[in-house]
Write a protein that binds this ligand. Structure first.
Ligand code: BYC
Length: 474
């Protein structure tokens, strides 16, 4: 169904035909706008930004570009087209028709999944709210705001599901999504990564590459859901997620490229010399990778999880691209999970029922996907004739969730004592000095076509516009 832009809440779910739901969402809308004004991007609300807006939900033609003031962005409710006669693809209900309404017995567990997903969307906007003041270029500033408005729309997507399918509890949860705030001591966001401050652009690029990629994988899992409205919502959200990861990937590429230019100009790989020239040295980029990757791998939950087993058994949350697997039941299957025998100081393995290991399965797929960009960045390094390799740290490194959480490991996965960790952690994750250095580089550059000295220009502009286009009119 085409998106109706004439109504207060653009949608392709025939909101006009359901007055009660329409009224409920229209009463949530002003709270959302208030939240955007208070917790969304600081300033820039009256500036024209070159944004894309979804116009239809099919693969092509779903975006139009034009100058928009952010509070006027048309947030709305867009579901991917229904698949006729869709059947549940996995778990105990495999082969049954997908549910159009929430099955009573799964109501609270589904609500929890939707709330957890929904909570991350406004959280990320809150985390990034001050970045506009220190943008490296207008091109980057526009990308930040594009990501922000789309995360705002993803919140709308989850709020629609809560309002449409969970009655009063759903409406209360929708309110609470605007009341918890990233980093708030009393009402923090649900998942840890979403309470980490993002106050420099290197962290922003890392977040878009690693954390948004968790979004991609979780959305792919939910896109398989037997609850069809959730599956359709997530399928459409995935089309927008690709741009967010592009921002992260190309951002890290451009920072790396600039470091390499400086290294080759100076004829040295000395990090201090690179910093002296106002670029970010490769070892510091590695530390930011270590920090954000380890934070993101926690987002998949415990490696052995009865929650994950129930989500799968009940047909609520599948694996990414479930169709690619042969066994969609997984009752008889086992999966080998690693663990740590602290007494012996040894890595051990355990075969656990596959259903309980679903978080580990999804995490492994995520890690393989993360490695693709790292390979690309390393190709740049090799091409520039430098001898340095960026790497993903071991998944054991710096974990707070799952089997590794109570122990310390170095980036190669070797066990460490708590003392060794405390002594050496600044070698592996950004130290206060590293953060202060990165912060010192964060001076705003806001003339069309100009770039901060620590980042190379992008290869091309947005939607065939030149790089020096005035992406945000200040
Ligand atoms: N921090 O069995 P367990 C995105 C909790 S990102 C704090 O291990 P489960 C985006 C867990 O909630 C995608 N707490 O985990 C990206 C549970 O608590 P309760 C977000 C954590 O349930 C960038 C307890 O620990 N979407 O879209 O199997 C920008 C034990 O649970 C954490 C989703 O996550 C953590 N890291 O799996 C914008 C999808 N990890 O309930 C957006 C929905 C776990 O016992 N969520 N816990 O109090 C889920 O599928 C699952 O809840 C999780 C965890 C994968 C998160």
């Amino acid at each position: 169904m085409a998106i109706d832009y004439k109504t207060r809440i653009p949608n392709n779910v025939d909101l006009d035909g359901n007055r009660r739901l329409q009224r409920a969402l229209e009463s949530w809308q002003p709270h959302y706008i208030d939240w955007w004004r208070q917790m969304g991007p600081d300033r820039f609300l009256e500036n024209d930004v070159y944004l894309r807006t979804a116009t239809s939900v099919d693969a092509k033609g779903w975006a139009t570009y034009g100058a928009v003031k952010m509070p006027d962005y048309r947030w709305g409710i867009f579901l991917a087209d229904a698949v006729p006669d869709r059947r549940i693809g996995f778990g105990d209900h495999k082969g049954e028709p997908a549910w159009q309404e929430v099955p009573g017995e799964y109501r609270s567990i589904l609500r929890r999944l939707i709330v957890t997903q929904g909570d991350t969307e406004p959280a990320s906007v809150e985390q990034q709210r001050m970045l506009g003041h220190i943008c490296p270029s207008l091109y980057d500033l526009r990308n930040l705001f594009q990501v922000n408005v789309e995360e705002g729309r993803h919140l709308w997507a989850m709020v629609y599901l809560l309002h449409a399918h969970f009655g009063r509890d759903g409406r209360e949860e929708a309110e609470e999504l605007l009341q918890r705030h990233s980093g708030d001591a009393d009402k923090p966001r649900i998942l840890a990564t979403f309470n980490e401050p993002i106050d420099d652009w290197l962290s922003f690029f890392m977040f878009c590459y690693f954390t948004d990629r968790d979004g991609k994988f979780q959305l792919k899992c939910l896109a398989e859901s037997g609850f069809d409205p959730l599956a359709r919502t997530c399928r459409f959200m995935l089309t927008e997620e690709a741009h967010h990861m592009f921002v992260g990937d190309t951002g890290i590429q451009r920072v790396t490229k600039r470091a390499l230019e400086v290294m080759n100009e100076l004829g040295t790989d000395d990090p201090a010399a690179v910093r002296e020239q106002g670029a970010i040295d490769l070892p510091t980029i590695q530390k930011y990778i270590n920090f954000w990757f380890s934070s993101a791998v926690d987002l998949f939950g415990a490696d052995i999880s009865s929650n994950a087993a129930s989500y799968f058994a009940d047909g609520l949350k599948g694996r990414p691209d479930e169709g690619r697997y042969e066994d969609h039941d997984c009752r008889e299957a086992f999966f080998t999970v690693e663990g740590f025998d602290a007494a012996k100081g040894k890595i051990v393995t355990e075969d656990v029922p596959m259903r309980k290991a679903m978080n580990a399965v999804v995490r492994n797929a995520y890690i393989a996907d993360c490695a693709i960009g790292v390979k690309r960045w390393n190709r740049l390094i090799t091409k520039a004739g430098q001898d340095f390799e960026l790497r993903l740290p071991s998944p054991r490194f710096r974990r707070d969730v799952g089997v590794w959480a109570d122990f310390q490991f170095d980036p190669d996965g070797n066990p460490l004592s708590a003392e060794e960790w405390a002594q050496r952690k600044d070698e592996w994750i950004p130290s206060p000095d590293d953060r202060a250095f990165i912060k010192s580089l964060m001076q705003p550059v806001n003339k069309p076509g100009k770039m901060a000295g620590w980042i190379a220009p992008p290869d091309r502009g947005i939607n065939n516009q030149p790089v020096d286009y005035e992406y945000v009119r200040l």
